[in-house]
Design a protein around this ligand. Sequence first.
Ligand SMILES: Cc1ncc(COP(=O)(O)O)c(C=O)c1O
Length: 474
Amino acid sequence: MAAIWSRGGLQGILEPMKTIIEPFRIKSVEPIHLTTREERESKLREAAYNVFLLRSEDVLIDLLTDSGTSAMSSNQWAAIMRGDESYAGSPSFYRFETAIQDIFGFKYVFPTHQGRAAERILFSVRCKPGDVVPSNTHFDTTRANIEHTGARAVDLLIPEGREPQTIHPFKGNMDVTALERLIADVGRDRIPLCMLTVTNNSGGGQPVSMANVRAVSTICRRHGIPLYIDAARYAENAYFIKLREPGYASRSPIEIAREMFSLADGATMSAKKDGMANIGGFIASNDKEVAQQERNLLILTEGFPTYGGLAGRDLEAIAVGLYEALAEDYLLYRITSTTYLGRHISEHGVPIVQPPGGHAIYIDAAAMLPHIPPLALPGQALVVELYREAGIRAVEIGTVMFGRRDPVSGAETPASMELVRLAIPRRVYTQSHVDYVVEAILNVHARRHEIRGYRFSEQAPALRHFTARFEALE
Ligand SMILES: Cc1ncc(COP(=O)(O)O)c(C=O)c1O
């Protein structure tokens, strides 16, 4: 395996070696299939140019999501064999609970089948119609679960976080002045909790600084508002703090994580990201009364509190994975490999959201394909082209996903940005895979002027990106 990640600006770790390797060797392999251009053309036609409708076996490099797509370690597989499937009181649950209490420091821990189930339970217990829940940026399932209770989800990201080209070390930070203003405007009683998403997925995997977590926590505590962290990518966020925030260079990721969560009152997590698991999540807090209500709801919809919709073996995989995600050699490889992809395409003129985030690179399709107007779906055109060129699957985050169609007139309103996300599964691809992706993107970039737009031929009224069908424009 040729594994030579260039250091790419990350300094001082594992000196004197400059070469950063994948910190694992491969024990079990999963074949991926090369296809011809003609085959890909026919698969695209069959899928009506929507890559969600492709079969994954027809995809060579799958960058659709980093969620639930991690490769598990031999230790996780060993733990899976230890999984105890007892309905109640399984030792697998106690190992899961102990790991979460150790890293996150919360007393009450409930497993859920994935992150959005934790969100649904938390917001059902804490929110009511008319409430307002601020965050740096709510992830879409978080927003949807808040709105489902009749409350309003408000994003208070710092202005730099909304500017793709602006370089800032912590573009995921919350605007604390805006938070103070919101509390003054709507009143503390209408804000049942405040959230912080680390790293900020919707904002490009950008981190939140410890100083910002502390500032938000201080404001929340002053007003008696509980602060919850959406911890899906907590280990990547801890590592960015170590690399970028003064005073943290010599601290270990687990120490940084513990400090971060000591500033919060609870957390929800999709363990499909930094839990290194293929399924699972949890909700945790220190509030006995809220925990009691959560437990009741959990039993109603997820399962008994010692399994919460998961198999005992899943709990075991997460208990091990949460620590593996904090290993420094892994995090160095993780952040470097994402940066490597971003740097190698941006150095050749491909416009991306800067600086590269933790789990994904976002190409600015509007800037790359300025001849395709937003309503001719430039992001979708680029996604199709990456598959056509090299069998790579990415996802459009632009007008297809976030544009709005008036149900009466049919008029379309475009999204504010036209991005294409390349999400990197954890421990799955090597440097040669990423070099292949770089080459494909640069090939597409070189012939970008020939690329044409698309239009919807069919679309569902909600979440249309999953099932829409498209036609190429002449
Ligand atoms: C930040 C964040 N929160 C919550 C979720 C929801 O988690 P799940 O997909 O496990 O329901 C995701 C999933 O992508 C996420 O990225």
